[in-house]
Design a protein around this ligand. Structure first.
Ligand SMILES: Cc1ncc(COP(=O)(O)O)c(C=O)c1O
Length: 417
């Protein structure tokens, strides 16, 4: 398979505009200068030893890299198939892989002399990561978040505000991630001279998809090295796919190799009906343009961007990053999905077996690990990326897993408030 971006391997990084027929830069005239400048600065920063040194220090001392690769011995025995490993990315500072990208782009923004960061967020993890990076690097921060997501991810709203970010509630459309992206793009069109927009996934107009891939590749590079140290060759890697940033980063060093199998897991939600899931790659999505890029989107019969559902806010998005769309089309990445119920079961399984609480997004990858491991043998290795930890989801999972005790707790909190 031809490498969609051969420049990625060289020291001089020139971000790809297109991945096969996907990607591009579909923005109004107002934003073109901002994207041209960003690309120029990114290319120059990438080969600047001072920028690379700042990034390394931030990864080591602020993010907490490397994150461990855990041999999930109990889960492997219980399932009776492959040897399962968990990449514990959720142990990164602020609880998810999102911080890798937020810190990289915040350092770039500081180098460009920007004073203000804006971000969109769904699960709140990217917003929280951006708020943390902004506080750390002395930048102002404003985060757009859909009203539905603010309600279901309230703990992250408090955390962002505590770090000094302003969280702006978005009440348009379905009041979720796609509407937050629209609000952030509108803000950036008017403010880019002093503001940088940190897109939280491997999507948006070029150079964002390739830049986010670059900042997330550390997840896969560490995993490759940790597997080498453990003397294992991976048979299968599994990651969940919202916009695609944890998956593309995790898969990155393996993309040009014939193995392992790379499996992306989308949100099967409540089932296959329209509006009940966020299955783009194996569902009825169509080629379209939104949020500045061309890719596969779920749309309604009028060609409008469709409504989606997932129990996990981070997978509840109608489009998929252009590089993943292209790699899905070429067959290098296989796509499947897991339902809300399967994700909850997987969350409970890994918590009981390994004492590890997956984020709801990552639990979709866990569900497919549970499905596929028994079909493999103990000399084969399956690695699942736990892109985030589950603390942020307690208000959702507790209600689902132990409803009565949780409601009792909430009642007593209100009474004592
Ligand atoms: C923990 C976690 N995993 C995965 C995702 C999905 O995003 P992406 O596909 O960009 O990795 C999110 C998004 O918020 C998240 O918080």
């Amino acid at each position: 398979m031809p490498d969609p971006n051969p420049n990625r391997k060289s020291g001089d990084f020139t971000p790809a505009d297109y991945f096969g027929s996907y990607g591009g830069r579909f923005v109004g005239e107002a934003l073109r200068p901002a994207l041209d400048t960003l690309e120029r600065e990114l290319v120059s920063a990438w080969k600047d030893p001072a920028f690379q040194a700042d990034l390394r220090v931030a990864r080591d001392t602020f993010i907490g890299r490397p994150t461990p690769l855990l041999y999930a011995e109990n889960a492997s025995k219980a399932l009776g198939g492959a040897r399962i490993y968990i990449k514990m990315e959720g142990l990164a500072h602020t609880g998810a892989h999102k911080i890798n990208n937020a810190v990289g782009q915040a350092l770039l923004a500081r180098r460009m002399g920007k004073k203000r960061l804006i971000a969109e967020t769904g699960a709140g993890q990217h917003g929280l990561a951006t708020a943390a990076a902004a506080a750390r690097f002395n930048l102002e921060c404003l985060v757009y978040m859909g009203a539905v997501d603010m309600a279901r991810q309230r703990p992250n709203v408090f955390a962002m505000e505590t770090m000094g970010a302003r969280v702006v509630r978005v009440d348009s459309g379905s009041r979720t991630l796609k509407d937050a992206v629209n609000a952030a793009l509108r803000d950036w069109s008017a403010t880019f001279p002093d503001t940088h927009y940190i897109i939280g996934s491997a999507l948006g107009p070029s150079p964002f998809p390739d830049m986010v891939h670059r900042f997330q590749a550390v997840v896969g590079e560490e995993t490759q090295e940790q597997l080498r140290q453990a003397g294992r060759d991976a048979t299968t890697l599994i990651a969940c796919v919202g916009g695609g940033s944890n998956a593309i980063g995790f898969f990155s060093p393996f993309l040009d190799l014939p193995s392992p199998r790379l499996v992306g897991v989308e949100a099967g939600g409540r089932g296959p009906g329209p509006g009940d899931n966020a299955v783009r790659m194996t569902g009825p999505s169509r080629m379209g343009v939104a949020h500045g890029y061309k890719s596969r989107f779920l749309m309604d019969s009028d060609g409008q961007i469709g409504v989606t559902h997932s129990i996990s806010a981070g997978l509840d998005y109608p489009g998929v990053g252009p590089e993943l769309a292209s790699l899905g089309e070429s067959g290098r990445i296989e796509f499947t999905s897991a339902t809300d119920t399967e994700a909850l079961e997987a969350l409970r399984f890994f918590a009981r077996q390994e004492g590890v609480l997956f984020a709801l997004e990552s639990a979709h990858a866990g569900a497919v690990a549970i499905r596929q491991a028994p079909g493999l043998s103990p000399d084969q290795t399956l690695v699942v990326n736990m892109s985030g930890r589950g603390d942020k989801d307690l208000f959702i999972t507790a209600k689902q897993l132990d409803r009565e005790s949780w409601l009792e707790f909430l009642r007593s909190e209100v009474e004592n408030a």
